[in-house]
Design a protein around this ligand. Structure first.
Ligand SMILES: [Cu+2]
Length: 271
């Protein structure tokens, strides 16, 4: 990676985007398929448009449904795959790491996009991000600088496990706005040995426990999340009254708990 180019790009990006504070919204300028173009990255004959169905403005902290349009010499590509590698830099010369994304974004003809997800697992205004876009291992745009916006509904939990020598990232997909009663719980689990490659964990067992800390009670009729493929797990949580609920998630992989005691928890404001 050309370091000078990166530094200049980042400074330029901070200058251009530094004072924007548009609210996160998915309702402005929607295309019929629900995606909005948020970035265009171009280099030589390759152009990658980034579309999002999560935010109309930018990438956000947490889970993002995104799609790419790829143009080579201005011709839209409709087969093959896109790989997307966002890297987070904690200051120039400081630590850097990637973040969980779909391994491969495949073409969805209904949406006219190469679709998938990216999880921006950290929000830190003093750090910066740059992305690499790769089409079919034959065309790429590197060092594309961007900023993410904070989202108060996003939740990403991370922890290390000394036994497996892995870091784990548990991302909340839904609910964003939980209601009293049964809520579908969708989460995404990744592991990483080096914070440079994140892998979806397919074979985990999950055990959830809703807990209303202020009143010291849980709830019944919950369904533990089970794998639905692609590192995603779906279950059901029963929040029986309004107020703040914890949702603990104990996770086993290969019959061993990879979570600590107490297990990681999401926090919901139920109304
Ligand atoms: Cu970071």
């Amino acid at each position: 990676m050309d370091r000078i180019f990166l530094i200049l790009s980042v400074l330029l990006a901070m200058f251009i985007w530094g004072c924007k504070s548009d609210p996160v919204s998915g309702d402005e300028g929607n295309t019929p398929n629900g995606y909005v173009k948020i970035y265009t990255a171009e280099q030589n004959n390759a152009k990658f448009e980034v579309w999002s169905s999560t935010s109309a403005v930018s990438f956000i902290y947490g889970y993002n449904e995104i799609g790419f349009k790829v143009l080579l010499n201005d011709v839209a590509q409709t087969s093959g795959f896109v790989k997307f590698t966002p890297t987070m830099y904690h200051g120039l010369g400081g630590p850097q790491h990637t973040t969980p994304t779909d391994d491969m974004f495949n073409y969805d003809a209904d949406k006219s996009l190469f679709t998938g997800y990216a999880v921006f697992m950290m929000y830190d205004t003093s750090a910066f991000w740059a992305g690499r876009f790769n089409y079919n291992n034959s065309a790429a745009v590197d060092s594309f600088p961007f900023q993410i916006q904070y989202s108060s509904v996003s939740q990403v939990l991370g922890w290390d496990n000394v036994t497996t020598q892995r870091s784990y990232v548990l991302t909340l997909i839904s609910p964003g706005s939980p209601r009293i009663g049964l809520n579908t719980v969708d989460v995404l689990l990744h592991e990483s040995a080096d914070l440079l490659t994140f892998t979806e964990v397919e074979s985990a067992e999950m055990f959830i426990k809703p807990w209303m800390e202020t009143m010291g009670h849980g709830s019944g009729n919950n369904t533990n999340p089970v794998s639905i493929g692609g590192g995603k797990y779906r279950g059901e949580a029963n929040f029986t009254m309004a107020g703040e609920w914890f949702l603990y998630d104990s996770i086993k992989v290969n019959n061993q708990f990879i979570t600590r005691t107490p297990p990681p928890k999401f926090i919901f404001d139920v109304y």
